[in-house]
Each structure stands twice: as structure tokens, then as C-alpha cells.
Design a protein around this ligand. Structure first.
Ligand SMILES: [Zn+2]
Length: 119
């Protein structure tokens, strides 16, 4: 038996490292788990008054996903569960955080999406 508190961590170029224990006893799917965890991150940004980061996060929330785990795997693991938003980014050589990263990322993502649509 494992308990319902699972440790999730964000794996993305901007918010990497944020982690929380989340009670997944009410979750019915991987998406529920992701949403519960992302909600704790959203509340954190809100409480800290990181308004620009919050807007950025909201704009990218739908890109987060979990690799290689089924919902059963999540229920049975005691390991850290990584919630990823790296895939879109790693295809580009630029990975340094600059002061302009928030504004740039919005444009870059649109650019990248238009590139991806070519394939
Ligand atoms: Zn990924």
C-alpha cells in the first residue's frame, strides 16, 4: 500500500524545481493529477503576487504532461512524478533564461508552433 500523497515536480525551462505533495485520492485520471498539482503552483504564484509569472503560467498550462506513466503507475509510486513542459523547448537550441524570456517565449512558441505544423 502506498498513500495518496504524491510528490510532483515541474520540469520546464521557467518553473523547474517547483514541487509539492498532492493528495490524489479524488483524482480519476492522469489529467486530474496534473491539474491538482498545477493548481497548487498557480496558488503559489498568486499568493506571492507573481502576476507576470501567473499570466505566463496560465498561457502555457495546457502544455504540461506526464511521460511514461499510467494512472496506475502514479497511484503506486513513491518517486517524484515530473510534470513536463520541456518537449516544446528542447527542439530549440536556446535554453538560457534571459530577462526577456517571458515576452520572448510567447512569440517563440507561436513561431515554433508554425514550424511544427510544417511537418
Ligand atoms: Zn515532455
Amino acid at each position: 500500500m502506498t498513500d495518496n500523497l504524491k510528490r510532483f515536480q515541474i520540469s520546464c525551462p521557467v518553473f523547474w524545481g517547483f514541487n509539492r505533495f498532492v493528495d490524489i485520492s479524488k483524482a480519476n485520471s492522469i489529467n486530474d493529477c496534473i491539474n491538482l498539482f498545477l493548481q497548487t503552483h498557480r496558488e503559489f504564484l498568486f499568493e506571492q503576487n507573481y502576476i507576470d509569472l501567473l499570466n505566463y503560467f496560465d498561457a502555457h498550462k495546457s502544455e504540461y504532461h506526464i511521460h511514461d506513466l499510467t494512472f496506475d503507475d502514479i497511484k503506486n509510486t513513491n518517486e517524484i512524478i515530473y510534470v513536463c513542459r520541456h518537449c516544446q523547448e528542447t527542439e530549440n537550441s536556446e535554453s538560457n533564461l534571459s530577462e526577456n524570456v517571458l515576452e520572448n517565449n510567447l512569440n517563440k512558441d507561436q513561431y515554433k508552433n508554425s514550424i511544427l505544423n510544417l511537418y
